[in-house]
Design a protein around this ligand. Structure first.
Ligand SMILES: Nc1ncnc2c1ncn2[C@@H]1O[C@H](COP(=O)(O)OP(=O)(O)OP(=O)(O)O)[C@@H](O)[C@H]1O
Length: 610
């Protein structure tokens, strides 16, 4: 099969049989049956045509009429079955495709989701393997699998037709036709491959066209209308798309003369074969049956070259290998810590969480975000962390949640290094609302109970959370109450306002705390609310969650001052630590930031909020 060897095809077939056994076997079986029936039609047609003159003349030794009728009936039956198989094959093939897409989607996302840390998601090598496992412009593996039945059928047809030509006529003719057919396939495959590469190579124009498309469809449909930019966008999309396709056309144009040359070779080979058959028929050395069988077989050899199938199957194979390697690449480059279940995580932290001389730099970055940071968060205390944009506050939260591990230093939970704890169990102990919290396009209930999915069915906690968080007021106004889907693209779904969404997200954190979480992180928890509402909400949350260690991050001092203690993060370490009053008295960085904001609220545009 050219560069696609039989062994590799079997590998791919084995995968198909593993993930979608019924439909794969049926699709491949029907493909084989279809090509065998096609050859049976050729052989039977030859016999029927060869028998006709004798039957008409009633020559002695000719086929009896009854046998001829059976032959004709047989041809008809084979023809009918042959006509039915493509429809059946299509159904089987669609079912196989659906199974493949599901299996590949899981095969790629599952290894990426499984690790408790996230470093692997920023590792160029892992991302490269993932990209190859997926393929550009759709799942290459699924595309390869859907071409397998056609490739299989065209191979059987090529071999079978060559045997017919060789056995009934001349082996040199069969060899010549097969050689030309494979040449045609190899060359056609190369052209197709290059075209696909250009098209999915994501040229600058294609990326711009995609950007325009996403802008219009997904990212900014409202703003575009406000600014009256829809016509501009459509025009831009068409222009970029056409420009992107120009390269494909120019490559196709350049290849035309070679295609004509190869097509000419094919035409000459077929003409030689047909002329040779004609000559043999005329000089009486080739009986009519053989002539009528050989001619369609000659044409079938030419038609069985399948460059597209070869290319797609080859791409499918390489995607399959990348997908197979993905879990191993992740495990080798980012081993998950092996932990012993000797610590009672479900009661941690009983005393404190301590950052001890912690430094951190993101993978691939040259800059340390944290530099020898020391910080203690006591159990049952509410600690606020302040610092300018980019100081590293959210980064510290990611380290606390175990999403990253410190580049150096340690994070100790009740004296035990976080690296020694079962990360999955620890992450269940941490409830967090981050700035870009998840908005699931699911029901309100799901959006709240996902705070602690293992307690999802606990109606008592849900009722308590609804009462305490005040989202029962939001739910009462929804068409299907708790079952309302929070995405208006779904039937009966609604879109909440930014502030309402934040209340849902906070209810999610509260659900996690009541389900047993021991650490609560509020990272800009209610920035979409006005200043007073946010301050009141955070104050209320701290009352409701007073039994857990809370870390609050906010740029608003009305929120921060609710905390028992405030730490200022600057230059990668904690530079000030104390209560609101203590830090003001100290007249350092905190006091400077506070004064600046207070002035704005008195004189500036935000005075309304204050
Ligand atoms: N995934 C990442 N890869 C590389 N650098 C990152 C990544 N995430 C954040 N950074 C960088 O780390 C630094 C600290 O970012 P971080 O989000 O922790 O700051 P922050 O104090 O929370 O800021 P803000 O107040 O604006 O939310 C920034 O310089 C940021 O650009």
């Amino acid at each position: 099969m050219g560069a696609v060897t039989v062994g590799r095809v079997l590998t791919l077939l084995r995968y198909g049989v593993r993930v979608a056994p019924g439909s794969t076997l049926l699709t491949m079986g029907l493909a084989v049956l279809g090509s065998l029936l096609g050859m049976a039609v050729t052989l039977l047609t030859g016999r029927v045509v060869g028998a006709v003159p004798g039957v008409i003349d009633g020559r002695p030794g000719a086929m009896p009429l009854e046998e001829f009728s059976w032959l004709l009936g047989g041809l008809l039956a084979v023809f009918v079955i042959d006509s039915l198989t493509p429809a059946l094959q299509q159904v089987a093939s669609l079912t196989m495709d659906a199974g493949m897409v599901r299996a590949i989607g899981t095969g790629i996302t599952e290894p990426l989701l499984r690790p408790r840390r996230v470093q692997h998601l920023e590792d160029a090598e892992v991302l490269d393997v993932q990209e190859r496992a997926k393929g550009k412009g759709g799942f290459h593996l699924a595309q390869g699998m859907s071409q397998m039945p056609y490739l299989l059928a065209s191979r059987i047809s090529l071999i079978g037709s060559a045997v017919i030509v060789g056995a009934m006529f001349e082996w040199w003719v069969a060899a010549m036709l097969v050689a030309v057919s494979l040449l045609l396939e190899w060359y056609g495959g190369r052209l197709i491959e290059r075209e696909i590469d250009v098209w999915w190579g994501n040229t600058e124009e294609q990326r711009r066209a995609n950007y325009a498309f996403n802008l219009g469809m997904r990212d900014a449909p409202k703003e575009l209308r406000v600014f009256g930019l829809h016509n501009w966008l459509v025009e831009r999309y068409v222009r970029e798309w056409t420009a992107g396709y120009r390269e494909v056309w120019s490559r196709r144009g350049k290849n035309v003369k070679f295609s004509i040359l190869i097509g000419g070779v094919h035409l000459i080979a077929n003409s030689i074969a047909i002329l040779a058959v004609g000559r043999a028929a005329l000089n009486g050395s080739l009986p009519l049956t053989q002539v009528a069988t050989t001619l369609p077989a000659i044409l079938a050899i030419g038609q069985s070259s399948n460059g597209y199938g070869v290319v797609q199957v080859r791409r499918g194979l390489s995607a399959y290998r990348a997908m197979r390697d993905l879990p191993q690449t992740i495990a080798e480059r980012h081993p998950e810590p092996v932990t012993e279940a000797k610590h009672r995580i479900e009661t941690m932290p009983a005393r404190e969480i301590r950052f001890e001389n912690v430094s951190f730099r993101y993978p691939g970055s040259e800059v340390d975000v944290l530099r020898g940071l020391d910080l203690t968060l006591h159990a049952h205390e509410a600690l606020a962390l302040v610092g300018i944009n980019g100081a590293g506050k959210s980064t510290l939260v990611k380290l606390l949640g175990g999403a990253y591990k410190p580049t150096s230093g340690r994070i100790l939970v009740d004296g035990v290094d976080l690296a020694e704890l079962d990360l999955a169990a620890w992450q269940r102990r941490v409830a967090a609302i981050v700035q870009d919290f998840l908005r699931f396009p699911l029901s309100v209930t799901d959006n709240v109970v996902f705070g602690a999915v293992e307690r999802a069915g606990d109606e008592l906690i849900l009722a308590r959370v609804a009462r305490e968080s005040g989202i029962d007021a939001v739910v009462r106004g929804l068409p299907k109450g708790w079952d309302t889907v929070l995405d208006k693209t779904f039937d009966g779904g609604v879109e909440l306002s930014g502030g309402e969404w934040q209340r849902v997200a906070l209810a999610r954190a509260l659900f996690a705390v009541h389900a047993g979480a021991g650490v609560l992180v509020l990272d800009e928890p209610a920035a979409a609310l006005d200043v007073r509402a946010e301050a009141e909400l955070v104050e209320r949350y701290l009352e409701l969650t007073s039994g857990v260690a809370s870390l609050i991050i906010s740029h608003r001092f009305s929120v921060v001052r609710n905390a028992n203690r405030i730490c200022v993060l600057s230059d990668g370490r904690i530079v000030e630590d104390g209560t609101h009053e203590e830090l003001l008295a100290k007249d350092g960085e905190y006091a400077g930031m506070f004064r600046l904001q207070a002035e704005r609220y008195v004189t500036g545009p935000e005075a309304v909020d204050a």
